[in-house]
Design a protein around this ligand. Structure first.
Ligand code: AHN
Ligand code: ZN
Length: 330
């Protein structure tokens, strides 16, 4: 025992006298400050979450892949330590069809009154109405970017929230039936209003928590394509210009200015609309647009080319790390 004590004393003497301890300590403190408390977004992990959704097949309401993918998303949020809410709904589509749908919600720090809402749609479009091949326009699409990318980024953020408790409440909502809007080939129903964003319209009228309120919301829609460009979307600038500035300047500071373009974009019908109008929550939409195309989106939009081949880790990284920095910073 005595021998052991002496050995320990000698050992600590050696340890404490080795090198310039003061300098080492200063250096490690600086490194901690520089990296702040924001966790590192793993783009490989996000990519795998996008691929996992696409592997179920098109997530069209009333289909087997939709049911299975919804179960998977709910189980993942739960596994990542979120408090889970599943809002089941029967929605009516533009053509009168009844859709069995679910909004899937994961909450971190549910007791906190200061909250941030992050959301994306998890369904995929039942049609490829912009596909160049007319014979395939009535078939559902993979929706790797249109749907799965936003959910994939948010699942990676959920994983990190489970490991690094945030200092404020965070809600992640996967809205259903965003992409069931009237297709261009259906001449009978072109007059139907509000055919997009059915799940978020339902939630805005009946949120998962009565009187739900958040400080602000961030929608991720088509955030995974190679070479994506995110312009400052019209409704975002109208209702949440301070959040747009915060997100775009954070992205620029992180070195992602080539994705987050410092210029205004068009007004887009999307899930942020019902959340802004129905809950009075300022929201922004991070969405890839491209004005070279008549419809204003990527050339693969609502076609059979919206596949995993188009998904790029660098884009997922830019969006995921930027959103993380915004929600972990003061
Ligand atoms: C319209 O084209 C009306 N809205 C685009 C919203 C959307 C569709 N996002 C993904 N798919
Ligand atoms: Zn779509």
């Amino acid at each position: 025992m005595e021998m052991f004590k002496i050995t320990l004393t000698i050992l600590s003497l050696i340890l404490f006298s080795c090198g310039n301890k003061g300098a080492v300590e200063t250096e490690s403190k600086a490194a901690v400050n520089a990296s702040s408390t924001t966790p590192h977004f793993n783009a490989d992990s996000a990519y795998a979450y996008v691929a996992a959704q696409v592997a179920f097949g098109p997530r069209v309401p009333n289909s087997k892949p939709h049911q299975a993918c919804g179960d998977y998303l709910a189980a993942e949020l739960k596994r990542m330590g979120a408090e889970l809410y599943v809002q089941e709904m029967t929605l009516t589509a533009y053509n009168g069809e009844r859709l069995q749908a679910r909004n899937i919600i994961g909450s971190y720090k549910p007791e906190s009154s200061k909250r941030i809402l992050l959301f994306a749609h998890w369904d995929s479009r039942p049609y490829a109405d912009y596909d160049p091949d007319p014979a395939r326009q009535r078939m559902p699409i993979d929706g790797a970017d249109d749907g799965a990318s936003g959910v994939g980024v948010l699942l990676e953020i959920a994983r990190l929230l489970g490991e690094n408790a945030p200092d404020k409440g965070i809600d992640i909502i996967f809205f259903d039936a965003e992409d069931y809007g009237v297709p261009t080939f259906d001449k009978e129903h072109q007059y139907v209003q509000n055919s997009w964003c059915l799940g978020s319209q339902f939630w805005a009228k009946k949120p998962h928590v009565p009187n739900y309120k958040a400080e602000y919301g961030i929608l991720l829609d088509m955030v995974g394509a190679k070479g994506a460009s995110f312009y400052k979307e019209g409704f975002s600038m109208q209702y949440a210009p301070h959040i747009v500035e915060k997100v775009w300047s954070t992205a620029r500071d992180l070195g992602y200015g080539k994705f987050f373009i410092n210029a205004n974009g068009s007004y887009i019908t999307d899930d942020h609309g019902p959340v802004i109008a129905g809950r009075n929550i300022p929201c922004i939409d991070i969405i890839h647009t491209n004005l070279d195309n008549t419809h204003g989106f990527g050339s693969y939009w609502h076609t059979h080319n919206d596949t995993m081949e188009n998904i790029n880790r660098e884009t997922l990284q830019a969006v995921g790390q930027t959103v993380l920095e915004v929600i972990y910073s003061k």
